[in-house]
Design a protein around this ligand. Sequence first.
Ligand code: NI
Length: 205
Amino acid sequence: MRDYLPRGAPARTALVAALVLIAVLAAWSGWRAWQLRSGATEIAGAGLLGGDFALTDQHGDSRRDSDFRGRFMLVYFGFVNCPDICPATLQVMSAALDRLGEDAERIAPLFITVDPVRDTPDALKAYAANFHPRLVALTGDQAAIAALARAYSVYYDKAAGGDATDYQINHSSIVYLMGPDGRYLTHTDASASPEALADAIRAYL
Ligand code: NI
């Protein structure tokens, strides 16, 4: 074994330093994997999630993230033609807000499309009417949506098998709670119940 070790004290010190670094990285990645598996909501670096936007709502009005400062934002990315996850999640968001009573006024629920080609303001208007009366549904140009999705670490990709107008989009399904300063606070995934989401929000009110 000793024969494989580099000769000389400096070389051995460098080797030990490298081994320590490897051990630290291995421990960190193991901890990260556990954290992601366990659904822990405090993600390292999560404070960097989110970002500025300038989009158009379902009434054709331009909306910026700064318009919502002073209120919490409940942010969800999806698309109108999504068969199940999006409507289910928007229903959970609406029901969670109902459970919060008057406190819900402090929260702006936002639905941001990942399908801006089909999800025009008119399409969003008809869709949003199915959910919470204060739901703000947002669209924009493809580059702006792509940049914002990246800022929220949201994945989306057109599913195989469709054509130019009839297609599905695979997308991550996470509800983000952003604070009155616009910064990330916590998130839940699409399987959260209205009670769980309401509790997650209430913890920050
Ligand atoms: Ni969806």
